[in-house]
Design a protein around this ligand. Structure first.
Ligand code: SF4
Ligand code: SF4
Length: 272
């Protein structure tokens, strides 16, 4: 095995171990509920042609920074997906307001994701690389629902999965979970992208359309503003927590890639 693959494997093992054994991945208030299962990890090359494409206005926009703009000399990006545990997902299969478990997964889970991301930065540095997490960097910014570092797009480039009708990213372990990434000057082997279409894993079954309480999703995709306002409503009700995730639970793409045999509708493919 080439040495950079051994290095990646070692980084992956340390990440797995951290996620599975960290006390911060446990919610004591909910009878020691674990938030995340073992992560999926993949690597994108800093020279990938997709970085420039993300700067197009109809994709993310010119504000999206490429790996070398975050870190001079960057050669790779390590992207990971933290899947929510079955307990969180199954609780949220109900209709209407979010399950308590989901609210904790979303809120405490986001805080723990930052801890995981910092751990990955430290792990890469200990392995001899320079490393930076854009989402934790002072330059990170979001405006009009678009950021200058889109974790879902990064994960797509790294080969973790494809986009879906509800604007999630469907991985081999489904869409219910969180993403993050770290830019490094370590030269790691990019992970193959086992897809050719940007929304290849979405069967267009339409189940997420029917699950959405404020009707933010239709056959053309998701209206971010409608979703955002609904999330604000949940925050008024459950402060400091918030969340919904109905479009990611009780659907075929909740925790796996939907079977290709699922009937496709006439909903068209989107483009990246
Ligand atoms: S529920 Fe169906 S249409 Fe919606 S994202 Fe999942 S696979 Fe795609
Ligand atoms: S998170 Fe909730 S409100 Fe937003 S698109 Fe999904 S189901 Fe709709």
């Amino acid at each position: 095995m080439p040495s950079n693959q051994v290095l990646l494997r070692s980084i992956e093992q340390q990440l797995d171990d951290f996620v599975l054994h960290s006390p911060k991945n446990i919610v004591a208030d909910l009878d020691s509920m674990r938030i995340y299962d073992q992560p999926l990890v993949a690597v994108a090359g800093a020279e990938d042609m997709y970085w420039d494409r993300l700067k197009q206005p109809h994709i993310v926009g010119p504000q999206h920074l490429s790996p070398t703009e975050w870190l001079d000399g960057a050669r790779s990006v390590i992207s990971y997906f933290l899947p929510f545990t079955e307990r969180i997902r199954s609780a949220n299969r109900s209709e209407g307001w979010p399950a308590t478990e989901w609210l904790y997964g979303r809120y405490e889970g986001a805080a723990f994701n930052d801890v995981v991301c910092s751990f990955l930065v430290d792990t890469v540095r200990q392995a001899g690389g320079r490393a930076l997490a854009p989402a934790l960097d002072g330059r990170f910014a979001v405006a009009n629902f678009r950021s200058n570092w889109s974790e879902r797009h990064v994960a797509f480039i790294a080969g973790l999965g494809t986009f879906s009708l509800n604007r999630s990213l469907i991985t081999d372990l489904g869409a219910a979970g969180r993403f993050a990434s770290v830019v490094t000057d370590l030269a790691l082997e990019p992970t193959p992208r086992p897809y050719t279409e940007v929304d290849e894993y979405c069967t267009k079954c339409g189940a997420c359309i029917r699950r959405c309480p404020p009707l933010a999703i239709d056959k053309n995709g998701k209206d971010n503003a409608v979703c955002f306002h609904y999330l604000q409503e949940t925050q008024l009700r459950y402060k400091p927590r918030y969340g919904c995730g109905k479009c990611q639970t009780a659907v075929a793409c909740e925790a796996r890639r939907p079977p290709v045999s699922s009937a496709k509708s006439s909903i068209p493919n989107s483009s990246l």
